[in-house]
Write a new protein. Structure first.
Length: 414
């Protein structure tokens, strides 16, 4: 007789070390800490999570074996308050992720991907024991959102599919791969290889049925499952923008981030947008960066894919009928991209604050001699607070003071 034992199969979808060598369209960003999943409410600056929005729910960490029960309790404590939910997770237990996604389906939720940096943690790392304890305290904390390098991977994309609305920023990442069946046995004895193989197959079949039923329930595109099955558990596929739209995760043809202040190295303002024009198959990723040389001198740069047309082109911004501001020609070129720059004064930068949006225009001469013009309207969301932070970090102006100017003139006359 065989020894008495029971095989228990758990389906895991979680990022492993192989993510660094993944074959997605972009380099894999950093992952959330592997701590059990944490849920907390955060208050940020005005418009931090969108126009008129300054509070959100942060969900971060690994989807552990008790995450769904804690998530249900957390949501019940929010009562009728509906806040956007920002996910930052390497994945984890597939059963728990599906259960959490089903909970999201029961209320009008907006799901996004971003890192939350809690200010109360001070100089402590966000994944430190002290900071995680703060996040688990049930207090409303204060923080900032960063979509850049934020990731929702493995089981996490299936979780956010349960939300009625999904909004994926152009600099955030979704990543998928096939699940892994983890076996454990209870009782005395050791299972034979054939028993392990049979239990593993049953686990995979159960996982396929679980996801198929869940996708049918929420109306998701099963082609996403087909794609994930082609990716080994040890690897990871970063979804392209075309795939995010094609699978109905976020169907928007134009997506932009708010202006955000970043002080990693030189202080900058940063904004990213992706756009697909009518009749085009692929999206274009464009990035804007505002830096200061001192409190009176700034430079606005825009990076875009290099155009196939080598003839003269121009790039400009304009708002509310004002005179266009043109970027310098020619642009710097490297690795298939162009970087256009424009020097600005503090006054010209601050003139943008009164505009709800500006129009970014590009024009070039086509092969037949006609001028081709493209444009996108960019919001100024986040710009006032981000610009205040940038100016506060700028070195003092290098312009000569009146006394310095007078002394210089006197020396010249002598």
């Amino acid at each position: 007789m065989y020894p008495r034992f029971a095989l228990v199969a758990a389906l895991l979808l979680v990022c492993g070390p192989a993510l660094a060598a993944s074959f997605g369209a972009r380099a894999a960003p950093g992952l959330a800490a592997a701590a059990p999943m944490t849920f907390y409410v955060v208050r940020g600056a005005a418009d931090a999570c969108g126009r008129g929005c300054d509070r959100w729910i942060a969900v971060e960490g690994q989807v552990d074996s008790n995450a769904a029960a804690r998530f249900k309790k957390f949501l019940s404590q929010q009562r009728d308050r509906t806040l956007p939910i920002y996910f930052y997770s390497p994945g984890g237990n597939l059963d728990q992720a599906v259960a959490m996604g089903s909970m999201l389906r029961e209320k009008p939720t907006v799901a996004r991907v971003a890192r939350t940096v809690v200010r109360e943690c001070g100089f402590e790392a966000q994944d430190s024991e002290a900071c995680i304890k703060l996040k688990q305290s049930a207090r409303e904390l204060h923080g900032d959102l960063f979509t850049r390098n934020a990731i929702c991977a493995s089981a996490c994309p299936y979780l956010i599919l349960g939300a009625a609305t999904r909004e994926i920023a152009p600099d955030a990442a979704l990543a998928v791969h096939s699940p892994k069946v983890v076996l454990s046995f209870l009782g005395v004895g050791k299972p034979t290889p054939s028993m392990v193989a049979a239990a593993t197959e049953r686990g995979r079949d159960r996982g396929d049925r679980l996801l198929a039923g869940y996708f049918a329930k929420i109306g998701a595109d099963a082609a996403l499952l087909d794609l994930s099955r082609t990716v080994r558990f040890e690897d990871m596929h970063l979804l392209t923008r075309e795939e995010i739209v094609r699978f109905g995760i976020d169907p928007r043809e134009f997506v932009e981030t708010s202006w955000s202040f970043e002080n990693n190295g030189p202080s900058t303002l940063h904004k990213v947008a992706v756009q697909r024009n009518p009749g085009e198959k692929s999206f274009r990723l464009m990035q804007w960066r505002l830096i200061c040389f001192d409190s009176d001198r700034f430079e606005l740069d825009v990076q875009r894919p290099a155009t196939a047309n080598p003839t003269f082109s121009s790039v400009a911004i304009v708002g509310d009928g004002a005179k266009p501001l043109y970027f310098s020609y020619p642009p710097a070129k490297a690795s298939g991209f162009e970087v256009w720059g424009m020097r600005m004064t503090r006054a010209s930068v601050q003139s943008l604050l009164g505009l709800s949006q500006v129009e970014f225009t590009e024009s070039s001469i086509a092969a037949d001699g006609h001028r081709v013009r493209q444009s996108m309207k960019l919001s100024s969301d986040g710009l006032p607070g981000a610009l205040d932070s940038l100016i506060a970090s700028c070195p003092p102006s290098r312009r000569a003071t009146p006394s310095q100017t007078t002394a210089s003139r006197d020396r010249t006359e002598k």
